[in-house]
Design a protein. Structure first.
Length: 62
């Protein structure tokens, strides 16, 4: 289960970085990508601490 969680977290990080790269390079002809950026950043910033707290709580239970 723990390996699965890390894969999910890594997937979110890769998606976040990919959207940022696309928003930078293609902003002129795809301006909607820059609109996605704040929503994705907020989701990522919210999800990472929740995942870390969940991992710590799971470790303490064992």
């Amino acid at each position: 289960m723990r390996g699965e969680l890390w894969r999910v977290a890594l997937g979110w990080l890769l998606v976040f970085l990919a959207v940022l790269a696309l928003a930078d390079t293609r902003q002129r002809w795809q301006p909607w990508l820059s609109g996605l950026e704040p929503w994705l950043r907020n989701t990522f910033v919210t999800a990472v601490p929740i995942l870390l707290v969940w991992l710590v709580l799971r470790k303490r239970r064992r």
